[in-house]
Design a protein around this ligand. Structure first.
Ligand code: URP
Ligand code: ZN
Ligand code: ZN
Length: 459
């Protein structure tokens, strides 16, 4: 065998056991005791996880008058350092442009630059007969079976209910999955204008302009429409009780409704917006950070199975020069924050070590369910003979103080600055190639390739 990972504790979504993993070329070819290979990695005392999959990233995305600051090179490299071996990134269609043109643009940026594998979702901003027809090509030919629509961002990305409904019908018919940003953009726009007219311009008013009830309302409306269209629905970046209550209610009725949340909503709260010297802008994202009470509601929703996935919504901007665009107007602060590199360490520390989730659940939420829901399983998302050798050797004792200075994301801050995490990826394999070795870069840009994904199958 080309490579053997020896003596580690393998953890999948269902099992935990001690065994070696044998790799030939890009695939896992054996799992058992006493394997040997031309190269061996000693994983004694380590946990060995399937590569983690981040199904919500915005790399090099044009947004709010600027671009998210990670390129395909820097973003996928940072992901690898953090134990992520596959990302599914959001293409954003230009208003008036075709889906194909948007795909071409994303391909141009990503091809030859990624350290790890990647797929695309199609963000639809213009729903018409042509783009509805193009959805079929995306699902059946391009390996892009998932489509994000926005109920927020009035005047730029926002979809209306009729367009959303037509997209649901099309996805339902062809095996696609609609992903929704659920916030009521009309009312947010109204509140934003009122706040600015009262000269309430600071970052904290971003949160005031988008109360959680508007997220709950958008979830309820979308679930009702998905029910009517007989289509599955996946609600992205859930942040609050109202959202998970709506999802719970839909699932109790037997509807195929799914949802994700992100480390920021599980570990940070709205107090951050009051940080002095405009620092609250670092946390301006949509939906905004909520209360500690909402954090608990999200953990309980994970426990109940109402939320199946943890992703990052990685959408980084520099504080200097980019977040500062909204110095005098919170509505001009680019929405989004970095997180592609810190997800696994933050979720292990705040989730597993705090007893919110088991180790198996940690793998299920961050690797296996993302792979299953987004057409990557069993190629990715588990450790099994025949699967890609995307593997993370994780040191459960390694302590790291998170800081932008030591991270590899292309930005000047992290929302978790100063957090001490225990448990960190040390060696990371992408399709059998070592990309991170003992915490150091060993991979190369261009190794990561586009993965065509299968159609949606219910979990
Ligand atoms: O604030 C956020 N979440 N920015 C990225 C775009 C989106 O809505 O996911
Ligand atoms: Zn969104
Ligand atoms: Zn997003």
């Amino acid at each position: 065998m080309d490579l053997v990972i020896k003596n580690g504790t393998i953890v999948t979504a269902t099992d935990m056991y001690e065994a070696d993993i044998g790799i030939e070329g890009e695939k896992i070819v054996a799992i058992g005791k006493g394997l040997s290979g031309s190269k061996e990695i000693d994983a004694n005392g380590m946990m060995v996880f399937p590569g983690f999959i981040d199904v919500h990233t915005h790399i090099e995305m044009p947004f709010m008058g600027t671009y998210s600051s990670d390129t395909w090179e820097t973003g996928t490299r940072a992901a690898a350092f953090g134990g992520t071996t596959c990302v599914v990134d959001f293409i954003i269609q230009s208003k008036g442009g075709s889906l194909q043109a948007a795909l071409d643009e994303w391909n141009k940026r990503a091809t030859g630059n990624a350290y790890i594998d990647y797929g695309f979702h199609m963000g639809m901003t213009d729903i018409n007969d042509d783009t509805l027809k193009e959805m079929e090509t995306m699902i059946l030919e391009e390996g892009i079976p998932s489509f994000k629509l926005f109920f927020a961002y009035k005047g730029s990305l926002m979809a209306e209910d009729d367009g959303f409904y037509k997209a649901l019908e099309k996805a339902g018919e062809f095996g696609g999955l609609i992903m929704l940003h659920a916030e009521n953009g009309h009312i947010i726009d109204l509140f934003t204008k009122r706040l600015l007219a009262e000269k309430k311009t600071e970052p904290m008013y971003h949160a005031v302009s988008r109360p959680s009830i508007l997220e709950g309302e958008a979830c309820q409306r979308a679930i009702a429409l998905a029910d009517l269209a007989e289509a599955p629905l996946y609600i992205v970046h859930n942040s609050c009780l109202e959202a998970v209550e709506a999802i719970h209610e839909g699932r109790e009725r037997g509807l195929p409704i799914y949802g994700e949340t992100c480390p920021q909503y599980l570990t940070l709260d709205e107090e951050r917006y009051t940080e002095p010297d405009f620092n609250g802008a670092k946390y301006v994202m949509s939906p905004p950070l909520r209360s500690e009470f909402d954090q608990d509601a999200l953990w309980f929703a994970i426990e109940r199975g109402d939320l199946q996935v943890i992703s990052t919504d990685h959408c980084p901007f520099f504080f200097k020069g980019q977040k500062e665009m909204g110095k005098d107007n919170f509505a001009k602060i680019p929405n989004g924050a970095p997180g592609i590199e810190t997800r696994m360490a933050v979720m292990y520390t705040a989730g597993v070590l705090e007893d919110w989730i088991t180790l198996n659940k940690f793998v299920e939420l961050n690797s296996t369910n993302p792979a299953k829901m987004f057409g990557l399983f069993p190629q990715k998302g588990t450790i099994a003979v025949g699967s890609d050798a995307d593997i993370v050797v994780f040191d459960p004792e390694k302590e790291v103080t998170l800081s932008a200075k030591n991270l590899h994301q292309n930005t000047d801050y992290t929302p978790w600055e100063g957090m001490i995490v225990k448990g960190y990826p040390v060696t990371v394999l992408s399709r059998g190639k070592i990309v991170i070795e003992d915490g150091k870069l060993a991979g190369e840009k261009g190794w990561g390739k586009f993965i065509k994904r299968d159609r949606f199958y219910p979990l």
